[in-house]
Design a protein. Structure first.
Length: 168
């Protein structure tokens, strides 16, 4: 495949990267806190996952298929081999290799993380879930406003008098 500078295929590939990058940016709002390397790895894994899923849709259209495949190969070339091996294992099992963490819970396996694992993610380090093995990234959520306690009396529960038998 030829991705020479200025070729139509390269222009299409750049457009696809921009589209995928927008998708990833929406999913990864916490990148500013991560270390540059970790942020790049997580973004590339998310892009790779998105492109692999799109490739399944594009199987019928050979032109789109070829451009998507070129992007996938480019992303794979920019990931460390150990991370790529783990990603391929998850994909072979039909699973995602990356999961977000919200409120201390892994979105991949829905189990809570240890507080030390969440602290590692807050520092911006690359970390895998101890349960499912997915690469994790922390999603910051806006703190929910606590509900004001209702002041006043508790509703009164009426007591029912026991039935008394009347002589009859």
């Amino acid at each position: 495949m030829d991705l020479k500078e200025g070729s139509p295929l390269q222009a299409l590939a750049k457009d696809r990267v921009i589209d995928v990058s927008r998708d990833v940016a929406l999913n990864l709002r916490c990148c500013h806190r991560m270390k540059n390397f970790v942020c790049e790895v997580v973004v590339r894994l998310l892009e790779l996952l998105s492109l692999e899923e799109r490739l399944e849709v594009f199987r019928q259209n050979h032109e789109k298929n070829a451009s998507t495949q070129a992007l996938i190969e480019s992303l794979r070339g920019n990931l460390p081999i150990g991370i790529l091996v783990a990603h391929d294992r998850f994909r072979a099992a039909g699973k995602k290799s990356v999961a977000e963490v919200r409120q201390g819970v892994c979105a991949g396996c829905h189990l809570g993380l240890a507080s030390g694992d969440v602290a590692t993610l807050r520092r911006g380090d690359l970390h895998r879930c101890g349960n499912c093995g997915r690469y994790l990234y922390l999603v910051e959520e806006e703190p929910a406003e606590p509900e004001a306690p209702v002041r006043g009396r508790k509703p009164k529960i009426e007591k029912i008098a026991p039935a008394v038998a009347h002589p009859g």
